[in-house]
Design a protein around this ligand. Structure first.
Ligand code: ZN
Length: 220
């Protein structure tokens, strides 16, 4: 009897092992199909609205003046609209687009937030030494306009090691643009009525980088 019980137990165990193997195989298959679906996309410019589309996790800063996610979306949408009107192809990505892209220029739009208001301001992030000339060009455009503090390039890991750099393969540069601090009342009051025009400024910058001269510089 004991032997029989052991046999039954053994076959239960091997059933379990077989079941787990099948689950793992299905998992691998689903992952492969998912990747197959996501062949790299090609375009001139990639514009991501930071945090957009997320309902949990890092959903961005919030202040009395608005949600960062919404501000990012306004800027990214306006920049995309203007660039597409000028004949530039744009990949307009949300926070978790999770698809590799071959582009000339990748821009991720953000506004900073700080627990202690007004500790930060505008800043810029990038992963490669070769991105620095585009970073400098953006600062040349935005610095004379933005009347508040600038933080050093890549001053946080969110800037220097931004998760989305993994997905963007840019021939010119990939940049995170922090356009100001949403949690700083002075900055937020200046930024909020200018979000669309900041989108136009981002479009102008992107167009200049890729040699499209028909996009005008907006008055901010
Ligand atoms: Zn952000």
């Amino acid at each position: 009897m004991d032997d029989l019980k052991k046999e039954v137990k053994k076959s239960d165990q091997s059933n379990l092992v077989a079941f787990l193997l099948i689950i793992i195989l299905i998992g691998v298959f689903v992952l492969l199909i998912d990747d197959y679906d996501k062949q790299p996309e090609d375009a001139n410019v990639y514009i991501q609205a930071g945090h957009e589309g997320r309902i949990f996790g890092n959903t961005g800063s919030v202040s009395a003046y608005g949600r960062e996610m919404d501000w990012n979306t306004i800027v990214a949408d306006e920049a995309t609209r203007i660039l597409r009107n000028a004949g530039v192809s744009v990949i307009r990505a949300k926070a978790d687009h999770k698809r590799k892209s071959n582009i000339q220029l990748a821009l991720s739009i953000h506004f900073d937030g700080s627990n202690r208001a007004c500790r930060t301001g505008a800043s810029i992030g990038y992963p490669h030494y070769s991105d620095r000339s585009a970073a400098r060009a953006w600062k040349q455009i935005y610095r004379p306009i933005f009347p508040f503090k600038w933080m050093p390039d890549n001053f946080s890991k969110n800037l220097s090691r931004y998760y989305n750099y993994y997905y963007t393969q840019a021939s010119d540069a990939e940049l995170v643009l922090e356009l100001g601090e949403i949690s700083c009342p002075e900055q937020a009051r200046w930024l909020k009525p200018r979000l669309k025009r900041l989108g136009a400024l981002v479009a102008y910058f992107a167009a200049q980088r890729i040699g499209v001269w028909s996009v005008a510089k907006p008055r901010i």
